[in-house]
Ligand binder design. Sequence first.
Ligand SMILES: [Mn+2]
Length: 340
Amino acid sequence: MNPSEISPLIREQAPLILAEIQKAKNILFHCHPSPDPDSVCSALAMKLACEQLGKKVTVIRGDAALLSDGFSLFPGIESVVGKNFNEVDLPEFDLFIALDSGSPDRVSAKNPPIFPLSIRSINIDHHKSNTQFADINLVEMCTSTTVILYQLFLLWGIEITHGIALNLFMGLYTDSGGLKYHPVDYRVFQIATALVKTAPDFVDVIFHMENSQNKQAIYFEKIALNSIETFLSENIVMTSISLKQIQENGIAIDSIHTDIPNKLKSVIGWNVGMILVEREPGIVKVSMRSRDIERFDVSKLAVALGGGGHRAAAGIRFSGISLDEAKEKIVSKAKELYNL
Ligand SMILES: [Mn+2]
């Protein structure tokens, strides 16, 4: 990427963020609930970059009880500490940098922290629904959080080592659905090219990630696909799985990353695909995908119901609700928002 093509917003914020990092001695990063590669790899790439700047860095796992086996080749993954945000001694740190997290409940959904924190905070993210909750906020609508970090690292003069390159690439690759989702453009390919030049083993890392599926995930999909329901002239298509079904089948829900909403929205006319998972009594997590981001912007539906996300991919976490009540709320809000 030609440095002149770095976005003006990133160019403007880069020195402010660097100044905060330089002031800090001990920096905290987290993985968001149901961590995906962009969350984990952003934190790991930032850890490696801040260590180049001579900082002490801790990355915590956050809400998740475990990280997917498929992530085990991400450089630095072994350093992630198995703690949630409320389990760290915050005054030990000078700075918290939230990555890939649109709101405080993406720091922890179980115990969302109240901002401003007692320490300085920075929020670097690419979600349209970001609530700008930190002391410094860099929110740029682009392919992945790692794409923002790459541009920051160029401006900060960070050496893009193999570990940094591989982490940045994996966030970019996965959040773009393998370089095919909006807003991928030639600059994203230029970044990807630079990164894989330094990390030519990316093919093995993708293979490992995509082929470390546990068999429970397949049984999970079997149950979910048995429950397909269509609403509002088939524009909205849902699958759901109850806590009882999860428990009866011994499914470790934290280890499940399902592609079902994408599969559903691959059908012509099934414009929004969703899965609803009753994770705990009264807690229903919804993940949704749109095949028509102009007409069916799912971030709007998610935000209207207390969630967040992107136009093509968004999520909601309901609490104090049953699966059927969650379905009703979604259908009635979709009917109103999308004029169905
Ligand atoms: Mn992301």
